[in-house]
Each structure stands twice: as C-alpha cells, then as structure tokens.
Ligand binder design. Structure first.
Ligand code: SAM
Length: 266
C-alpha cells in the first residue's frame, strides 16, 4: 500500500512513518510513503497557497492551482479533462463535511494499491478541486480540526494495520467493530491491583477456554449494548450475529428492560 500525502506541512506526517509497527512495515516494503509539499507547486516566489474566498466571509482558502498541479504530479487526473473511466489513483479529501470514516471503510481502503490524501488548511480547499479530482470526501468525526494532517494520520493509522502481513490476523480478529461488536475488557499482571485490591475476574484465571470464550462474548455484547446500542441494531439488520450472540443480546436486553422498570418504580 502506498500513501501519497499532499500537505502544506508534510513534516507533521513524516515522523509517523518512521516509528513502531508502521516504520517496520515501511522497512519491509509492505507500506510506502510519498510526501508531497503543495507549496512546491505554487507559482510565485512567495510560494503563496491561499487567498480570500469569492463572495467574502471569514478566513482564507487553499488556492486551486498549486493543489491541482500537486495532484497531477502524483497521477491524479482531472475528470473533466480525461473522463471518469480513465486509469487513476483514488483521491481522498479529509473534511468535516465528508461521509463518516468507519472501520468498514478502513477495511475497504486497506485493499487499495495507493491512496492519495489531501490535507486541508485554513477554511479548506476550492470546490473545483473536489469536483475535478476527489473520489471520496471523508470525515473522521463530527468536530472541526484546524488541519487535515491530523485527520490523514487517523486514516493512515486505521488502514495500514489492516494491510496484509502488517499485523498477524489473530490480533485483529476480536477487535472492536469486528463482527459488529466492541471488544471485551482485558486484564494483565498483577492479579490484584492497588490499595483496594482490584482483582482480575476469576474466570480469566481458570484456564477453561470455553468458559472464557463465552464470558468474553457476553462482555462484548454487554459493552456494545451499553456504549453503542446502534451497533447492535445495525449488526442485527445486517445479519452479522450468530445464534449464540443473538440469544445473549435478547437475554441482556430483557435483563436491562426489567432493571429499567424496577428503577422507574423506585
Ligand atoms: N471550513 C471548514 C468547514 O467548516 O467544514 C473547516 C476547515 S478546517 C478548519 C481545516 C481543514 O481541517 C479541512 O480542510 C480538513 O482538511 C481538516 N479537517 C477538519 N476537521 C476535520 C474532520 N472532522 N475530518 C476530516 N478532516 C477535517
């Protein structure tokens, strides 16, 4: 997988590719990083990359021309010039007004050969760049960051670890969102922690693999119902849950319903 990142401050991204598992994936040639400084494509000697928006309003906007030239330099093609069918790389603009970036989308993007990421600054980028070059507008959440670099890092971090051979498949299997559920709680040494003696649940020390598996599934369902009930509804309508998970959901929902009724009566 190759990440081509267009930014006015690529040094913010550089360090990330040198460290930890991602650094190793780059060393092993599984992941490639190509930083592009949009400023290198500015026309004037001041390397200007922003200007005031037409129609007035607060703030500045990134200029279309340097960004368009930077995109052309990495193989992106203006669809009004070459048409939609032409061979081209997948271009993503990180923006708060994009569609939500999710684990499913991370999985899909991790299968691409190359992603070209545009990091916005100021009030964002000229709409004509989006119309001409961008394939996906993606948001990492319902809040406004000051720059697209942090959003691009989130996308890179969530996708590279799903690229084949970066992480062992077993480590990914029961992670949050896998199979439509959140992860179960985890514990490591010591067995008893802190002054009040917080203990690791007995079942995890039992060595009984089947009981541990069932307990973990129950905890996944319990946590998902408490934190993200909409994931349960989504998983149910997508048919993601097996019989065992469905009956646990029904049991825990019944239990919660009865508790809510009791609390109302108090
Ligand atoms: N004026 C824009 C708006 O209201 O939608 C916000 C621009 S923001 C200050 C500057 C840049 O940060 C954007 O161009 C985008 O690249 C990035 N950005 C901010 N929030 C983001 C989010 N939630 N997801 C992805 N990118 C974001």
């Amino acid at each position: 997988m190759k990440y081509t990142v267009l930014s006015l401050f690529p040094e913010l991204i550089d360090a990330f590719f040198n460290l930890s598992i991602l650094g190793k994936a780059v060393e092993r040639g599984i992941v490639e990083y190509c930083p592009v400084n949009i400023r290198d494509f500015a026309f004037d000697r001041h390397k200007t990359c922003d200007d005031a928006p037409y129609g007035g309003g607060a703030g500045m906007l990134m200029l279309a021309e340097p960004l368009g030239r930077a995109l052309e330099s990495v193989g992106a093609r203006n669809r009004f010039e070459v048409g939609d069918g032409a061979e081209k790389v997948r271009v993503i603009y990180l923006t708060p007004s994009g569609r939500p970036f999710t684990q499913d989308l991370a999985q899909e993007l991790s299968q691409e050969r190359e992603l070209v990421l545009i990091c916005g600054r100021y009030e964002g980028i000229d709409q004509r760049i989006i119309d001409a070059y961008v394939d996906d507008e993606l948001s990492i959440g319902d809040y406004v960051l000051s720059s697209g670099e942090t959003a691009a890092l989130v996308l890179i971090d969530a996708t590279y670890r799903l690229v084949d051979e970066v992480i062992t498949p077993a480590s990914l299997r029961e992670e949050s969102f896998g199979g439509g559920l959140l992860e179960y709680p985890q514990y490591t040494r010591p067995e008893i922690y802190g002054n009040v003696g917080l203990k690791v649940p007995e079942i995890l020390l039992s060595g009984h693999h089947e009981n541990i598996r069932r307990w973990r599934l129950m905890k996944r369902v319990e946590k998902t119902l408490a934190m993200r009930p909409e994931l349960i509804a989504r998983g149910e309508s997508a048919g993601l849950f097996d019989e065992e998970t469905r009956s646990l959901i029904a049991e825990l929902q019944q239990h919660k319903g009865a508790k809510d009724e009791r609390d109302k009566g108090d």
